[in-house]
Write a protein that binds this ligand. Structure first.
Ligand code: GAL
Length: 407
């Protein structure tokens, strides 16, 4: 290692000394109440070192933000750092030589031994070099329920998706929406993704998503997934909201019984002062098959051709992975930390369920890690069509297999 590289790496691990003073614009799509509270923790820590987090929140959703982020980087107007989901979203940017190589920071901070599960670092590694700093593990496979809706009906809170479906008629009769679902395309796609492992089970999920076994994809286990999606489509009628957090809010305010959403929903319940287990219930794997995919968010750092900024970028990368940032950020975000050596005793019941699943290895890689962005987009488009129409589940199933077969 050259001396200058060593110095750079060492400076990346200097903590809160107030010795630095570089502005870095950081783009992300964290604009809901819980998300904003979480991102503020990162900004606070970065600012405490003397550097300055210039917040570049992009409202809408990942689907709105990502093309803006990418076009800024390819169009010569790069930010200092940007969120992506770890996986293949930034692959082309890295391959085009536009992103900063963080391998020295990773080595200086022993990311190889600290980051868990190791698939998170693998997702940042391209040709043996590391290009991102994972910040959290987020899993989409959760059903969130309003306890009050069921108490008011005199019914037990469902313990799984089947009970949830069975209780839906009573929920409807009480003038409430069984399933809250925002209209943005990614949300129905997320619900479908969550149903895959919940309904088809882990072995079938692995066969399709990891081994790309198209016979299993076309078979009965997945026909049941499409049937469950058709049920969900009916239950979501009347949930006229756009953003995911508006849908979560329908559950928080007991206007809807449940929502299939990622664990980031926890941030909204927390901001609203709701208590897990008392006010709301969370069912990983929709209560059927409790496995979580370990996708999430990571920060990437576009090359800026500015030595001072580059040092600040590396300091920020090191900070994001640090135990301090991991605790502060993830407790607010509702996500799990990317390292096992941090103290999350303050975690609520839902986060504890997630931590247990992670510790017991009941996890799988995320779709972002397994399928190209193009395939994922095609599935998302199919899901929009399916959820917005009365498309026969068998037809959707066939079209889905076609898309996967051409990945
Ligand atoms: C996901 C992201 C989460 C969460 C969510 C909704 O893509 O991984 O951090 O914020 O979008 O905005």
């Amino acid at each position: 290692m050259k001396l200058t590289t060593k110095l750079l790496a060492a400076s990346a691990i200097v903590s809160a000394t107030g010795a630095f003073a570089t502005d870095l614009e950081v783009t992300h799509w964290w604009t809901s109440g819980g998300e904003a509270a979480a991102v503020a923790e990162l900004a606070k820590l970065f600012d405490a070192s003397g550097d300055h987090w210039v917040d570049g929140a992009i409202a809408g959703s990942g689907g709105t933000a990502r093309p803006i982020m990418i076009s800024r980087i390819t169009g010569g107007d790069p930010m200092g750092a940007t969120q992506f989901n770890h996986g293949q979203q930034a692959l082309e940017l890295v391959e085009a030589g536009l992103m900063l190589d963080l391998t020295d920071v990773a080595e200086a901070n022993d990311w190889k031994n600290k980051i868990f599960p190791s698939t998170l670092l693998d997702a940042c590694t391209i040709d043996g070099r590391i290009y991102c700093a994972p910040v959290n593990i987020h899993s989409p496979e959760w059903l969130w329920l309003s306890n009050k809706v069921y108490e008011d009906l005199g019914l037990p809170v469902p313990t799984n998706w089947n009970e949830f479906v069975a209780s839906a008629e009573a929920v409807r009769a009480a003038g409430k929406v069984p399933l809250a679902l925002g209209n943005q395309p990614w949300q129905s796609n997320l619900a479908f993704g969550a149903m895959q492992v919940a309904v088809a089970g882990l072995d079938n999920w692995k066969a399709v998503n990891m081994d790309k076994n198209m016979e299993v994809a076309a078979g009965d286990a997945y026909a049941a997934v499409f049937q469950a999606a058709a049920d969900a489509r009916g239950l979501a009628v009347g949930s006229n909201v756009q953003d995911w957090n508006q849908a979560t809010n329908l559950v928080i305010t007991d206007q809807a019984a449940g929502q299939i959403m990622g664990d980031w929903a926890q941030g909204e319940f927390a901001v609203a002062g709701e208590v897990a287990g008392t006010d709301y219930t969370c069912l990983p794997g929709l209560g059927l098959n409790a496995y979580l995919s370990t996708g999430g968010d990571a920060f990437y750092f576009p090359k800026l051709e500015d030595a001072e900024k580059e040092e600040a970028q590396k300091r920020l990368a090191a900070m994001i992975v640090s135990p301090e940032a991991q605790v502060a950020f993830n407790l607010k975000k509702g996500s799990l930390p990317i390292r096992g050596d941090v103290d999350l005793s303050a975690a609520n019941d839902c986060m504890k369920k997630g931590l247990e699943l992670l510790a017991s290895g009941n996890v799988m890689p995320s779709g972002d890690m397994l399928w190209t962005p193009d395939t994922q987009k095609q599935v998302e488009d199919l899901m929009v069509e399916f959820w917005m129409s009365d498309m026969d589940p068998a037809v959707a199933h066939e079209r889905w297999v076609d898309i996967l077969s051409n990945n």
